[in-house]
Write a protein that binds this ligand. Structure first.
Ligand code: ATP
Ligand code: MG
Length: 464
């Protein structure tokens, strides 16, 4: 009791978004949502659960996005029914997850996720089972598997705009946290005390950036304020979870804005420490290369073209390579092995932070290796490279490097022309190379290699 009193004295008036005990209820004339806009399967699930006597709502991203006229990625349902009770109602339902159970209800290719209302774990360990603490010393929630009431479910959600519940039967929205107000004002605001909510789950800092970029929302000032101080907490997050989050950050179609915001809020450093260092030492080149890569990614996503995380990671990490290559060369390692070793080290280090799966790290290496091979075109080399399944990515990467100011003496243009040329044109181009003596035959006079490494140094050294 005394402890609580002191706690409340120490943090007297936090300007936080507290929850109402009863929600604001918006009926159909007070909002723009219509039942027919939602997945009929999701609506059907809600109806059936309600008919069986449970509470059930559409919730989270789908309600938020619909209010903003954005097509939702998926439709989530929250209910008072336990996973077993949900499964008992639907033949096509499968319980997934061991630690925290969810139900997936399948309708052909569409899957609706149904989650039982959850509660936050209590803040103080004295309030719970003593030796089974659900938080670590810094307040991070380690377990999050307690069922709760609808109010508690709203409370444990991250942002006010993500805590809206839509009942498609009565067509009413339940708003516990003034989320509709924040949607109207295009503001991202954490529910509760921001510092505490980030300490519970530092990934919420990344989610703030993701939603701000995706929705083009501002981050409310108390929600933004603690981020720079708490950013290092991301180092505690399991690398596998960060991989998922980083993919969402950069493959959402708003990667450029996301990157700027991550850098500004000092979140980029704990995610990509080596690249952040490159950004500091060599800002113009690093920033241009990464932004160009992300701009291409955003464009491809908007055009519905596929994007590979490997290309993205290859670009994010590339500016960190030269410093390492030079360090190894200074220790007497020849250029090519130094490049190989630096690539290996860099990826291994990065994987400590963000667990990039092997199926992506291999192509990253191939894209980088290709950069060493693209200048060596004589004889049959050019045609062999062209047949390499990684050629396209390697060539695109070369153009990316050029767009960031790396000097390659027209190598990108040469490859563009070579791809366009017919057989005899190609033979001429190869012949011109050997006449030119500057073809980088790959028998690689040592002098040339040194030149190309100093070229790279020059290209990336603009800010030094
Ligand atoms: P998206 O359109 O990107 O899927 P979303 O809001 O649906 O956005 P999800 O990651 O699918 O985001 O999460 C679904 C809901 O679960 C969120 O709207 C939010 O209410 C809640 N949620 C997810 N992650 C967290 C978290 N780390 N802390 C608190 N609440 C969370
Ligand atoms: Mg979602």
């Amino acid at each position: 009791m005394l402890k609580k009193l002191f706690q409340s004295l120490r943090s007297p008036k936090r300007r936080t978004q507290q929850l109402r005990s009863t929600p604001e209820v918006l009926n159909s004339s007070q909002h723009s949502l219509q039942r027919a806009q939602f997945s009929r399967y999701a609506v059907n699930i809600v109806e059936r659960l309600q008919n069986a006597g449970y509470q059930a709502y559409l919730v989270g991203g789908c309600v938020r996005d619909m209010l903003l006229n954005i097509t939702p990625k998926d439709f989530d349902v929250a209910t008072s029914a336990t996973p077993e009770q949900v499964r008992a109602e639907f033949r096509n339902a499968r319980i997934i997850g061991r630690r925290f159970k969810l139900v997936h209800i399948h309708f052909g290719r569409e899957i609706i996720e149904v989650a039982t209302f959850r509660a936050n774990h209590p803040q103080n360990d004295e309030e719970e089972d003593s030796n089974q603490s659900s938080r670590n010393e810094s307040g991070r929630i380690l377990r999050d598997n307690v069922y709760g009431t609808l109010e508690e479910d709203a409370q444990r959600r991250d942002f006010t705009i993500n805590a809206l519940y839509y009942d498609p039967v009565s067509e009413r929205i339940l708003d516990y946290a003034n989320g509709v107000h924040d949607i109207r004002n295009r503001l991202l605001r954490l529910i509760g005390d921001p510092q505490q909510r980030y300490q519970e789950d530092p990934v919420r800092m990344l989610r703030a950036v993701r939603f701000a970029a995706k929705l083009d929302f501002g981050i409310e000032k108390h929600t933004a304020a603690p981020i720079r101080d708490l950013a290092p907490m991301l180092r505690e997050i399991p690398a596998a979870r960060l991989f998922e989050e980083v993919l969402k950050l950069f493959l959402s179609g708003n990667a450029c804005d996301t990157f700027e915001m991550l850098v500004d809020l000092e979140l980029f450093d704990p995610l990509f420490p080596a690249s952040a260092e490159a950004l500091e030492h060599n800002p113009t080149y690093t920033h241009t290369l990464i932004s160009e890569a992300l701009r291409n990614t955003d464009l491809r996503i908007k055009q519905g073209k596929p994007v590979t995380p490997a290309f993205l990671f290859a670009a994010l990490l590339w500016p960190a390579l030269p410093a390492r290559v030079l360090r190894l060369q200074d220790r007497g390692m020849p250029p090519i092995p130094a490049m190989q070793e630096a690539a290996h080290e860099l990826i291994a280090e990065q994987c400590q932070r963000i667990a990039i799966p092997k199926r992506f790290t291999m192509p990253i290496r191939e894209i980088w290796d290709m950069q060493e091979r693209l200048p060596r075109r004589s004889g049959k080399r050019a045609d062999m490279l062209l047949d390499n399944p990684r050629f396209r990515a390697g060539y695109d990467f070369l153009l990316l490097r050029e767009s960031a100011g790396e000097q390659t003496h027209g190598l990108g243009e040469w490859w563009t022309d070579y791809q366009d040329a017919n057989d005899s044109g190609r033979r001429d181009m190869i012949r011109d190379l050997s006449n030119n003596k500057d073809d980088g035959t790959g028998t690689a006079p040592r002098k040339r290699r040194r030149t190309s490494s100093s070229k790279r140094k020059r290209g990336t050294g603009a800010d030094e």
